[in-house]
Design a protein around this ligand. Structure first.
Ligand code: PLP
Length: 430
């Protein structure tokens, strides 16, 4: 395919006309496809249905005899804490089991820090003026919405190949006591698919924050979500922190939303013993405990970490072809045009696409008019504003394979139209 950047004005006009014709044909097909959210489809959810087939009478007592139908075991049942501790390379005492959503745990942790403060902090965040969070970009829209909700100022940090720009992170964290946190998705990051390198994890552990109440929000949502033969390796941040005595700086989160059921999994908060004790006390005012039947159901279904990983192989085998269809569609439609770059992750739920600056909104609007719903342009940046208007998050998990094929054809046409319009506009302005 000819490189659009090297075309003459005449060639671009001609190419635009061709793409517009193709677009009208696709539009006439009246599609209704959703590529906006990284959620499993029904077939993928069916992979975990056996979990619900267990005899409910086997799900009543924990190994120490607690009746999980009743109140008690505020921070979760031991066997669940043990399973997730082993998965994350931690001890059981470092784990709190939450409800079905890790995002809810993150929201809770932010609001508690804001109103009540954190372990070791002198005052709640909310009593210290305009506090700030660092936001690696592109990143997860719902993280940014939490900090936006509380009026926390968000500072974008560019994502590099091995994780966030750590020089910039260090500069902010070590000089400004109003910087209270950073959002991180350290493995198969949403949306870039990047896994933080050992150096990056070490650099996080070595931070010396100016604030006494700074926290790293380590959202390990895709920790066991590799779908290729090669699984990225993420260093255990708590082990790295041990060297620097900085364990209290980290809150780690994960859930089984993309392991079993997105609407009915179990969520985990992992932290230092100091933080766990502090948060458990706060939690004791909030609730008498989360759903322990579901915790036990998950543990009895997986049996152990090996069982959970084996289960994830089924998920991987189901998801991989969907990613392959999207990647092949991008190659087929855009290779050689010079108008876009995209990630090719080993795991996670997203492909991150960067088009020419000033084209993302237009492309997504065109997709919507042709019946393909994408994540809104800008969503991967704080305040929903991508300063370059170029990043698009592609979520291959929900549509069927034939739908993905069609969606990618339309996406590539829309990309080409948006890019050609932009290039012609620039040429006109010259
Ligand atoms: C990075 C990240 N964290 C958290 C979540 C949501 O997790 P949960 O369902 O446990 O709230 C998602 C969902 O897409 C995600 O991408």
């Amino acid at each position: 395919m000819k490189n659009y950047l090297e075309m003459s004005k005449h060639e671009r006009r001609k190419a635009l006309e061709e793409q517009q014709k193709l677009y009208e044909q696709q539009k006439a097909a009246g599609l209704n496809l959703d590529m906006s959210r990284g959620k499993p489809d029904a077939t993928q959810l069916n992979l975990s249905m056996d979990m619900l087939q267990q005899n409910p009478y086997d799900l009543i007592y924990t190994r120490k005899g607690t009746d999980v139908r009743n109140y008690g075991e505020l921070a979760g049942v031991d066997e669940a804490k043990e399973l997730f501790a082993e998965l994350l390379g931690l001890k059981m005492e470092n784990i709190i089991m939450g409800g079905q959503s890790s995002l809810a745990l993150m929201y809770d942790t932010v609001i508690k820090a804001f109103v009540l403060g954190v372990y070791g902090g002198s005052k709640p965040w909310g009593q210290q003026g305009k506090v700030k969070f660092l936001c690696p970009v592109p990143g997860y829209d719902r993280h940014f919405l939490i900090t936006q909700e509380f009026g926390i100022e968000m500072i974008s940090i560019p994502m590099k190949k091995k994780g966030p720009d750590m020089d910039l992170v260090r500069q902010y964290v070590e000089s400004d006591p109003l910087v209270k946190g950073i959002w991180c998705v350290p493995k198969y990051s949403n949306p870039t698919g990047i896994t933080f390198s050992n150096d990056t994890v070490e650099a996080f552990a070595a931070l010396k924050p100016a604030a006494d109440d700074f926290r790293i929000f380590w959202d390990n949502a895709y920790f066991v979500h590799g779908f290729r033969d090669k699984d990225d390796q993420l260093m255990n941040i708590f082990e790295a922190c041990e060297k620097y005595g900085s364990e209290d700086m980290v809150y780690e989160f994960m859930s089984t939303s993309k392991v079993t059921f997105s609407g009915a999994g179990v969520a985990v908060l992992a932290a230092s013993k100091h933080n766990i004790d502090f948060l458990t006390r706060q939690m004791s005012i909030q609730t008498l405990g989360y759903d322990k039947i579901n915790q036990l159901r998950h543990v009895k279904y997986f049996k152990n970490v090996a069982g959970l990983k084996k289960h994830m192989q089924k998920q991987a085998n189901y998801l991989r072809p969907k990613f392959d269809v999207v990647l092949a569609g991008l190659e087929r439609g855009l290779k050689g045009t010079g108008i876009g770059k995209w990630s090719n992750p080993n795991g996670g739920y997203f492909i991150s696409y960067d088009g020419l600056p000033g084209t993302a909104k237009r492309c997504i609007d065109l997709c919507a008019m042709a019946g393909v719903k994408m994540t809104p342009a800008g969503a991967t940046f704080p305040y929903g504003i991508d300063p370059e208007d170029k990043n698009i998050r592609i979520a291959p998990s929900f549509p069927s394979t034939p739908e993905l094929y069609q969606s990618m054809n339309i996406f590539c046409i829309c990309q080409k139209i948006a890019a050609l319009e932009k290039l012609l506009e620039e040429k006109d302005n010259e």
